[in-house]
Write a protein that binds this ligand. Structure first.
Ligand SMILES: Cc1cc2nc3c(=O)[nH]c(=O)nc-3n(C[C@H](O)[C@H](O)[C@H](O)COP(=O)(O)OP(=O)(O)OC[C@H]3O[C@@H](n4cnc5c(N)ncnc54)[C@H](O)[C@@H]3O)c2cc1C
Length: 405
């Protein structure tokens, strides 16, 4: 059955998160953007309230999924609740949303690929009773972003562990994180089959942060460059353990960990992009209702633009819900995750740009829509650029018919 109505529980989650976004995030949004930092006392406060950004509701392993019968799988709601909540957080402030305490992008790989001991060790540290803590996910390198097979960071097997050497760039919360899931290769000649994922803890000798990026948008979200110099990581921090990388038909365990993470996190990112677009639309609609004379070409042109914006926002939301719904049912959702990410990032840009045009010069100076416009561009880039999403979609659509993409 197809239904577009939220259940009472989903509506409640939406309302509660919206309340938080409006009353707790919005008041610090512009300040955080100017400071290029989410205030520490604000983070302490929300941590005590037990509020975190969950990217992990998608995190069940395939093995776990197989064990579930269809009825149980059908009952899962975590993915849909995750995207419903993320749209509200994106509406509140996406840079602050990405800085909410918790495992962040590092959560899904640990959740779906970690051993039971690793899950316990790395995920149990996030407690509201202590100071806020973060996890992070480090895949991107100067020579490997869209093309992950170009990974240059090396992992050399030694007695009791691995020695990591390399550099990672653009890592969200990479400096503040208690641990980072780091992808490296044991042999560059092996391509994807050589990839391994490690959890590297803060304070490990040889692991440091060399720089924080100065960005056009998402200024309050920390984006770090990380360096690994002869950094020893014990065997027990190899994600999933050695057996996760042997006995695989294609031997590409580390690559699959990286890609599976994106299937999990792209709908969350798409939902935030939808939230950015909606925030911009609502603000500008309100402005026009208040300030424009309610007649004439100018007014009618604005209404036409608003109706187009609303269609785009609703389209992005429905694609995102579909990707989350498939994940809740335990179905493969890589194509839908790419579709909603590509479309969400694209329309966030289009909507914020159209709003800027409607607001005119008023919208340019230290203004919410100006900030949303800067933030939106990043949603078109990270977690895989729009072009890369198109490639993924095309592969899923056409390769089954023998068309090589
Ligand atoms: C704010 C921010 C936060 C981030 N957080 C993280 C994080 O926490 N962890 C992490 O690992 N990474 C993170 N990233 C990195 C992000 O995922 C990459 O920037 C992104 O995947 C693009 O990779 P790249 O920068 O190497 O660009 P490139 O891959 O060099 O791409 C440059 C351009 O070439 C195009 N292109 C590349 N290959 C192809 C192709 N085959 N076909 C068509 N076009 C192509 C791209 O679409 C793009 O337009 C973050 C980035 C930003 C900006």
């Amino acid at each position: 059955m197809i239904t577009y109505e939220l259940t009472p529980h989903q509506s409640q989650v939406k309302e509660v998160v919206h309340w938080f976004a409006e009353n707790e995030m919005r008041p610090v949004s512009m300040i955080a953007d100017q400071l290029k930092k989410v205030p520490d006392d604000w983070l302490d406060k929300v941590n005590l309230l037990g509020i975190s950004l969950s990217m992990s509701s998608f995190g069940e392993s395939n093995d776990d999924k197989k064990k579930k019968d269809f009825k149980k799988a059908k009952e899962r709601q975590g993915n849909r609740l995750g995207v419903i909540a993320s749209e509200e957080l994106g509406w509140g402030d996406c840079a602050i949303a990405l800085t909410l305490p918790g495992p962040g992008l590092g959560g899904p790989p640990v959740q779906h690929s970690g051993t039971p001991e690793q899950k316990e060790r790395f995920l149990s540290i996030f407690s509201r009773d202590e100071k806020p803590k973060w996890g992070a996910y480090a895949l991107t390198e100067p020579e490997a972003g869209s093309d992950v097979s170009g990974l240059q960071t090396t992992a050399v097997k030694v007695d009791g562990g691995y020695v990591i050497n390399g550099q990672k760039i653009f890592i969200t919360n990479g400096k503040r994180a208690s641990w980072v899931v780091v992808f490296a290769t044991v042999d560059r000649n092996l391509g994807r089959a050589g990839h391994r994922a490690f959890v590297i803890e803060k304070g490990t000798p040889g692991f440091s942060c060399s720089r924080l990026a100065e960005k056009m948008g998402l200024r309050a979200s920390e984006t770090a460059e990380l360096v690994f110099e002869d950094c020893f990581v014990p065997d027990e921090n190899l994600l999933g353990g050695e057996e996760a990388y042997v006995n695989k038909a294609n031997g590409s365990g580390g690559f699959r960990v990286a890609m599976k993470t994106f299937d999990n996190t792209r709908p969350i990112i798409a939902a935030m992009a939808t939230g950015i677009a909606r925030a911009s639309y609502e603000y500008t609609l309100d402005f026009v209702k208040r300030e424009y004379p309610q007649h004439g070409n100018h007014y009618h042109q604005a209404l036409r633009l608003f109706s187009e914006m609303q269609q785009k926002i609703q389209g992005a939301r429905l694609l995102t819900w579909e990707a989350a719904w498939k994940a809740d049912l335990g179905k493969a959702n890589a194509k839908e995750a790419a579709m909603c990410k590509a479309y969400g990032g694209k329309i966030a840009l289009e909507v914020t740009s159209a709003c800027q045009e409607i607001l005119g010069p008023y919208g340019l100076e230290g203004h919410l829509v100006e900030k949303l416009y800067r933030d939106a561009k990043i949603y078109d880039i990270f977690e895989g650029t729009n072009q890369i999403q198109q490639l993924i979609i095309a592969r899923h659509l056409y390769e089954p018919y023998g068309l090589r993409v």
